[in-house]
Design a binder for this molecule. Structure first.
Ligand SMILES: Nc1ncnc2c1ncn2[C@@H]1O[C@H](COP(=O)(O)OP(=O)(O)OP(=O)(O)O)[C@@H](O)[C@H]1O
Ligand SMILES: [Mg+2]
Length: 342
């Protein structure tokens, strides 16, 4: 299950690079006649150039809605009720469709779990890739656009890219299709790419190769990634930083190594203990007790408290996300490195 290339250089990479993506206090709701569900409740994320931020959490924690909100891709009954998105320091209104259309596929791109969300089944690869360029940059000639498509395919490790350009998507394997979708996302050299579980459906070897290519893209082009995954081995091998979500909120964020080796939130600890492949020597799997909460029926106070083995009476009030001096942040009244009360 794990990616089989050496771990990234961790948080030594580009720690002071300029911010490529800043998301502040993002708030996304699904509003029907009967209820208003808050799927993303005040998420803030910052990713520097050339860094990969993993976004993890159980199913339903709001990872995809966060990614789609940043892209301005929320359709009714969903609505983005608040928040700010900056790309390369420039502020964008995610509810302004015209603004977001200019940004999407250009300075900000997305890769989905299903590459067919990106690819058009009835068009040759060359046509869709060149159009992805000329839509945003009409001054680019077709020959130039085709040359760029060719290099993008080569960059993500597609063999015989010239021949592949003339194929239709159905002529390619699933892994190759996902590579084409990634190459398409790269065409306009975006500052930020949001990737929503793009390798989950692929076999381990292909996944590992793709992660390796992505890491290279990130290093050579300075692209910033938000990498949504539920696979902690991908987090450990690919990302520099990680943000852990629970019930639409951030419960912990920090450099990958720190968070995985020394989690501060009991939920993060639970996620780590419930996967088999982080450290084989560790032995027993311990699933997190209880069920993920329903958005329509969230507990008062800390949303994780009902499942938390360490809950105390103070958990009846929801703690804020507190950023510490070391740059890590945690939303817990008693983070795991706190001295136990005597
Ligand atoms: N169109 C919608 N209408 C109503 N609720 C929605 C809609 N889309 C998502 N939600 C709700 O928003 C919450 C977050 O969903 P989201 O898809 O972001 O979860 P996720 O973390 O990506 O989960 P997974 O790991 O399963 O992909 C869920 O409770 C989901 O039911
Ligand atoms: Mg999802």
């Amino acid at each position: 299950m794990s990616a089989q290339h050496p771990p990234s250089a961790g948080h030594t990479v580009a720690e002071t690079a300029p911010l490529a993506l800043e998301v502040r206090d993002l708030l996304t709701r699904f509003v029907t006649k009967r209820v208003a569900l808050t799927a993303v409740d005040g998420i803030s994320i910052a990713v520097r150039r050339g860094r990969i931020m993993a976004l993890v959490g159980e199913s339903g924690s709001g990872k995809s809605v966060t990614g789609l909100s940043i892209m301005g891709l929320i359709d009714p009954p969903g609505q983005i009720a608040g928040g700010e998105v900056r790309v390369g320091g420039q502020r964008f209104d995610v509810t302004d469709d015209r603004q977001m259309r200019r940004l999407r596929g250009n300075r900000l791109a997305m890769i989905f779990q299903d590459p067919m969300m990106t690819l058009n089944p009835v068009l040759r690869i060359s046509r869709q890739m060149t159009e992805a360029i000329t839509t945003h940059h009409p001054e680019v000639t077709r020959a130039e656009a085709r040359a760029r498509a060719h290099s993008a395919l080569a960059l993500v490790g597609i063999p015989s890219p010239r021949e592949r350009l003339d194929n239709f998507p159905h002529q390619l394997s699933g892994g190759m299709r996902q590579r084409v979708a990634i190459a398409t996302a790269l065409l306009n050299n975006p500052e930020v790419i949001i990737a929503d579980e793009p390798t989950t459906a692929l076999d381990v070897t292909i996944q590992s190769q793709i992660l390796y290519e992505v890491e290279r893209v990130c290093e050579t082009h300075g692209t910033a990634f938000v990498w949504i995954t539920h696979d902690l081995s991908v987090v450990a091998n690919l990302a520099h930083d990680v943000t852990v979500m629970y019930a639409g909120r951030i419960v912990e964020t920090g450099p990958v190594r720190d968070v995985l080796e020394n989690p501060l939130h009991p939920y993060t600890r639970g996620l780590i203990d419930s996967v088999p492949d982080i450290d084989i020597r560790k032995g027993k799997l311990i699933p997190i007790a209880g069920m993920t909460p329903q958005l329509a029926d969230l507990p008062q106070g800390c949303k994780f408290a009902p499942r938390c083995p360490l809950r105390v009476p103070e958990c009846a009030a929801e703690p804020p996300l507190v950023t510490r001096a070391d740059g890590r942040a945690v939303r817990c009244v008693r983070p795991l490195d706190t001295e136990p009360p005597r």
